[in-house]
Write a protein that binds this ligand. Structure first.
Ligand code: PLP
Length: 293
């Protein structure tokens, strides 16, 4: 990732949003060494893709940001302020690139100061999508080690919140590389398909596009949601339901989707080839890029 723009948010103030935003050099220091984002990964974030200056699915990202804040007992984000921060970052980003992304972050704050949460919005150029076509992925299934009902039995594990603690997700991606793959689909200990370390799963099973339900402790995917809206508008059938491992292995096609990369087709699962539907991947990515909000 190439950092291009940075805005700091003053989360202690209740002034107009414009007066709570400061543009700073993207490479300059922003945090103290005692900020809880750095020392404990204690905070939340969102990454929204920006095409031609338009932050896509921003309302859904803000909804999810609010959901994560509630799950972590963080103060409810001021929607007008975060909206302005992303808009300012997107505008600044547009000077640098046609296709970029804004990562906006709220940390619990500085442990030593004990004051308000820390907030920032970073505009960057993602490196996860080639200029033409979607990358095809070799994927391995990895056991997440939780049952499918972990979100109900153990909400303190924060499954389904978008927290800053992504070390486990990064470790899973390293394990994929050790196994000769590029990505991961997590499974529950009792055999259900969950999500990728930074992506939602869509599988086409018997002609129906299926994604697992968020009740399994998953992040509600904004890209998956917009991909399903596009599929429905074309008359395709979609469903949100549990998928077991055997079903995924016999799927007609599988995709991993996320804001920065759109939909990426899976070409192999644990070394076994899967059918790739390039036409549908391109059609979906085209529809996602054409979003106006
Ligand atoms: N699931 C996880 C764990 C993620 O980290 C992400 C995005 O980074 C997604 C799913 C996909 O979400 P979205 O499509 O909103 O980017």
């Amino acid at each position: 990732m190439l950092p291009l723009t940075l805005h700091r948010l003053d989360l202690a103030s209740d002034a107009d949003p414009a007066d709570c935003l400061t543009r700073v050099e993207p490479r300059h220091g922003l945090l103290t060494a005692t900020d809880l984002s750095a020392t404990r990964g204690d905070g939340i974030f969102e990454t929204v893709v920006v095409v031609d200056g338009v932050p896509q699915a921003l309302a859904a990202h803000l909804d999810r940001f609010e959901r994560s804040a509630a799950m972590l007992d963080l103060p409810a984000p001021r929607r007008d302020l975060w909206l302005s921060a992303v808009a300012a970052a997107a505008e600044a980003l547009h000077e640098h690139t046609r296709r970029g992304a804004v990562k906006f972050v709220m940390s619990r704050g500085d442990e030593a100061a004990g004051d308000a949460p820390t907030g920032w919005a970073l505009g960057f150029a993602p490196d996860s999508r080639p200029a033409s076509g979607a990358p095809e992925l070799d994927v391995v299934l990895l056991d997440r080690g939780y049952r499918h009902d972990v979100a109900q039995t153990s909400p303190w594990l924060l499954q389904g919140a978008k927290t800053l603690s992504y070390a486990v997700n990064m470790a899973a991606l390293r394990e994929a590389r050790r196994r000769g793959a590029q990505d991961v689909i997590f499974t529950s200990i009792d055999g259900f398909i969950l999500e990728g370390p930074n992506a939602t799963v869509i599988a086409r099973i018997d002609g129906v596009y299926v994604t697992p339900p968020v009740e399994l402790g998953l992040l509600p995917g904004t890209t998956q949601s917009d991909a399903f809206a596009a599929l429905e508008s074309w008359g395709d059938s979609v469903a949100t339901r549990r998928i077991d491992v055997a079903e995924l292995r016999r799927a007609d096609a599988v995709w991993l989707c996320s804001s920065t990369r759109g939909v990426a087709p899976v070409r192999s699962l644990d070394g076994e080839p899967l059918t790739v539907d390039d036409r549908m991947s391109d059609r979906l990515n085209h529809a996602l890029d054409a979003r106006k909000a």
